[in-house]
Design a protein around this ligand. Structure first.
Ligand code: ADP
Ligand code: MG
Length: 391
């Protein structure tokens, strides 16, 4: 988008304003504005160039235009951040919206309603795409978090208008591609979170290219089950066991070392007030569940991170939302913050953990995309990016 002449023109900008909302005295407000802030450079550059800006994003998964998922609170927060009033359109497309867009002056900002209020959005409906295209002269995609979806606002409309990459989308692709294709070695990849099946594609890919893969989170129990190690009452994704078994076999044949926890923190149940104990080992007794990696594992993982040229982290090491089980995730986050290598984090919960520890600005790149960052790492083409490359 850097080289586009926009003076007097109108840009339709697909942003990722899929932000968490919170209830506050009867109304709703934006609970975390990270994603809105991440889009500001693109919005400001367009305004500096004299363009009128029409923004569009999805928010949650509305089924029937629920008012709770209106973009109203987002318009309000964005207005505070850019210090000009942001008009909220009454709908995504239609005559009234077209009139509002046509009336926009240079540097003015209009935010369309939740794109998923239109059923045609996720179906990539050509009529919706055409209606969106009538709102502007150029299309700018800055929604990296939605780039793995071929929807009307990420794909269809991009085929009808001259399409450009926004500054955030461009940077996301650059930083993540660098880790994938040109890592400083050793390359250490840290995976945690709930399910192996969510991440098996990218684990498989890194088994071929990384030097070390460190596993934590509930997903380690699928690996332990695959090795016939007792998991007690831990959360085990059953479909993940066969996938883990295959990954362990691949790891045996690969130069990449796949490491599992050597100790755990256990609780009786998934609750901050539950009885807690450390287990020096990984055979979880019945009546207990593994809810975090133990201190020996955390220290070993931290040493690997410190010794790596590049680190990619996706997925918390334990149930970090519960204070007694946050130490493993905190240790990994601290290690990334201190690491001399190039550090990149992807994944909604990992990003939330990093922010909760006050370390969000201590890594080299914190991706705004969960699924999109994993698909890129896996080597899949992202429709939202490919459509711009084709333009
Ligand atoms: P991300 O969003 O970073 O990709 P995931 O969504 O895959 O991460 O996983 C995050 C969730 O995994 C968190 O809600 C966390 O509580 C849960 N989790 C991590 N470790 C465990 C565990 N040992 N037992 C139960 N839940 C866990
Ligand atoms: Mg998550």
């Amino acid at each position: 988008m850097r080289d586009v002449d926009l003076e007097g023109g109108r840009a339709l900008v697909r942003v990722d304003f899929n932000v968490p909302l919170a209830e506050s005295n009867g109304g709703r407000r934006v609970a975390d504005d990270t994603r809105i802030r991440a889009a500001l450079p693109t919005i400001e550059l367009l305004r500096e160039r004299g363009a009128a800006v029409v923004l569009v994003s999805h928010l949650g998964r509305p089924k029937d235009r629920e008012p709770e998922l209106s973009m109203g609170p987002v318009a309000e927060r964005l207005g505070e951040l850019i210090d000009v009033p942001v008009r909220l359109a009454p709908a995504v497309v239609g005559e009234e919206v077209e009139a509002l867009a046509a009336d926009l002056g240079a540097r003015e900002v209009l935010l369309l309603e939740n794109s998923r209020y239109e059923p045609g959005e996720t179906k990539n409906d050509p009529e919706l795409a055409a209606a969106l295209a009538r709102l502007a002269d150029v299309y700018v995609d800055d929604a990296f978090g939605a780039a793995h979806r071929a929807h009307a606002t990420t794909d269809g409309v991009a085929r009808l208008l001259p399409g450009h990459a926004g500054l955030l989308l461009e940077r996301e692709v650059r930083e993540l591609t660098a880790v994938r294709d040109r890592p400083q070695r050793p390359l250490c990849v840290v995976f945690g979170g709930a399910k192996v099946s969510d991440k098996i594609g990218v684990i498989d890919r890194f088994l071929e290219t990384a030097d070390e893969i460190l596993i934590g989170g509930a997903m380690c129990f699928s690996f332990f089950r695959a090795r016939d190690i007792a998991t007690g009452d831990s959360l085990v994704e059953e479909e993940g066991v066969a996938l883990a078994e295959r990954a362990l076999e691949r790891a045996d044949r690969s130069a990449c070392e796949l490491r599992l926890p050597v100790d755990l923190v256990l609780g009786r149940e998934f609750d901050a007030g539950t009885e807690v104990r450390e287990l020096d080992g990984v055979e979880v007794p019945d009546g207990w569940m593994g809810l975090d990696i133990g201190p020996r594992t955390a220290a070993a993982y931290a040493r690997s991170i410190a010794a790596s040229g590049t680190v990619f982290w996706n997925g918390p090491m334990g149930a970090f939302e519960l204070e007694p089980f946050a130490a493993g995730t905190r240790a990994v986050a601290d290690a990334l913050a201190e690491a001399p290598g190039f550090t990149v984090v992807g994944g909604g919960d990992s990003a939330a953990a990093l922010a909760a520890f006050g370390l969000a600005d201590r890594v080299n790149w914190l991706s705004t995309g969960g699924g999109a960052s994993l698909e890129l790492m896996e080597g899949k083409e992202l429709p939202g990016v490919e459509v711009l490359a084709d333009a």
